[in-house]
Design a protein around this ligand. Structure first.
Ligand SMILES: Cc1cc2nc3c(=O)[nH]c(=O)nc-3n(C[C@H](O)[C@H](O)[C@H](O)COP(=O)(O)OP(=O)(O)OC[C@H]3O[C@@H](n4cnc5c(N)ncnc54)[C@H](O)[C@@H]3O)c2cc1C
Ligand code: SF4
Length: 431
């Protein structure tokens, strides 16, 4: 049987492994290990916060090893997860179909989304369980004609305790993450090689013949007839560049900026995260208890249970770059203007629930939706194979997206990975 190597077990990688195994003999390379949720309760962390020891977001991996943090020169905090399930393990479970930009360049993923809705339970039926503060925010947004809608979630609400800690991993198996697809791939016979980092695709005569990997000082070569890269928007471009395939300086990250205030007894720290979304032109607005700002931003000096926070998530310009030296991601004037417009709306919404303007504070800009450095164009819409790639190397993650969605991206990546896998299964005799 032909051998496929899939790199990564996040949204794209786990999907590709599941769809390819059986047609190919799949080896899944995952740099991280098994995911464990972060279980220290918020009250303990608040005590730690009061000691003043939580000096930098870079401390997060010491407490919660699955979460990885980078900081840009402008101090934007970049978040992702390493380990089985990739960044899906720390997602807030938002399940939106967001493939408009792909449709614009001729990629129709209807079939793949139909499959997704059969495989992943998605529900927006949680409005009846919202806290009072969420209901008030929703009504104010409605009154401002912002068209708020309950967010579709990949969450089984019969198991969800509304602990509000999705980004630390779900302890109740209520929220879907891509470990479920990985499990299916392994049950079908795929092999998982964990703790080994893909360094580069090894080429001979313009074709891939395998992948060089490393674990500390150890090196290992994994042979392959087909290589599918899905190491995420920060890592896939590095593997490609190490392999002699240049990427574009067109990185987007979907920056998030929150506006918060003290409202006694609000209880937003124990609410479904991002319970509703108001889609605007360049950004979305959503209630979001921002743990990173709460613990590391000195201005957020009120108790967790008394915090109300609204998020602006921006569709940013494609202006960044990634290399083995790090990430360069400046915000443009247009990005800053978009954030300011979003912040102004958040201030109006908070005023609508009775918060005085002078009591509002901003959070730390953070981001966790990287992609766009090997963007698909109309020329690639039928085969999803970028012209720079050797014929037996595919990418199956957000690196392929042509623009920032400014929106949750997991379902769209899964749909793309499904289509890439179908193409690889159909063309198996070529590899
Ligand atoms: C806090 C947070 C909340 C989010 N919430 C949502 C949400 O509610 N809904 C939504 O749609 N999106 C959400 N996102 C975004 C979403 O989780 C990611 O965009 C998505 O998971 C990316 O999928 P991926 O397959 O491209 O990469 P990832 O899911 O990041 O997977 C990449 C995998 O590759 C592995 N890897 C990396 N480098 C290597 C290497 N060299 N060799 C081997 N393995 C490697 C990593 O360990 C990881 O397992 C959120 C993001 C964050 C940070
Ligand atoms: S809010 Fe629900 S889905 Fe999220 S971590 Fe808690 S139990 Fe899981």
């Amino acid at each position: 049987m032909k051998r496929a190597v899939v790199v990564g077990t996040g949204a794209g990688g786990a999907t590709a492994a599941k769809e390819l195994q059986g047609n190919y003999d799949v080896t899944v390379l995952e740099a991280g290990r098994a995911f464990a949720p972060f279980t220290t309760d918020t009250a303990r962390l608040e005590t730690l916060k009061k000691t003043g020891l939580l000096l930098s977001e870079k401390l997060v991996p010491l407490l919660f090893p699955a979460m990885k943090i980078l900081k840009t020169e402008e101090s934007m905090v970049l978040v992702r997860a390493a380990g089985y399930g990739g960044t899906t393990t720390i997602s807030t479970g938002n399940a939106l179909r967001m493939d408009r930009h792909l449709r614009d360049i001729g990629i129709d993923l209807d079939e793949e989304f139909e499959e997704i809705y059969r495989e992943i339970p998605v529900s927006a039926d949680h409005q009846g369980k919202w806290h009072r503060i969420t209901r008030r925010l929703f009504e104010v947004c409605r009154g401002m004609n912002l068209d708020p809608r309950p967010t579709p979630k990949m969450v089984d609400f019969s198991k969800c305790t509304r602990c509000g800690r999705c980004i630390f991993g779900c302890r109740h198996d209520a929220r879907w993450d891509s470990r479920r697809f990985l499990k299916i791939a392994l049950e079908k016979g795929a092999r998982l090689v964990a703790g080994w980092k893909a360094q580069r695709v090894v080429m001979r005569n313009g074709r891939a013949i395998g992948v060089d990997t490393s674990a500390g000082l150890r090196r290992r070569y994994v042979p392959a007839d087909l290589v599918v890269l899905a190491a995420g928007g920060f890592s896939t471009p590095v593997i490609l560049q190490n392999s002699g395939v240049p990427c574009e300086p067109s990185l987007f990250v979907d920056p998030v900026l929150c506006v918060a205030a003290e409202v006694p007894g609000a209880g937003q720290d124990k609410e479904i995260q991002m319970p509703f979304v108001a889609q605007q032109d360049q950004f979305i607005l959503s209630p979001y208890f921002d743990f990173l700002s709460f613990f590391f931003n000195r201005k957020w000096a009120f108790p967790a249970r008394d915090t109300v926070s609204l998020m602006v998530k921006l569709a940013d310009s494609s202006t960044g770059s990634v290399s083995s030296r790090g990430v360069d991601k400046p915000l443009t004037d247009k990005d800053r203007a978009g954030l300011q417009r979003g912040v102004a709306l958040c201030r109006e919404i908070l005023k609508g629930i009775g918060v005085p303007e002078e009591k509002m504070v901003l959070g730390t800009i953070n981001a966790g939706h990287p992609g766009g450095t090997l963007p698909l164009t109309r020329d690639e819409s039928t085969h999803l194979h970028h012209k720079r790639l050797p014929e037996n190397v595919y990418v199956a993650d957000s690196t392929l997206l042509p623009y920032s969605l400014g929106n949750p991206v997991i379902l769209t990546i899964i749909a793309l990975a499904k289509r890439v896998s179908k193409i690889c299964n159909r063309n198996i005799s070529d590899f």
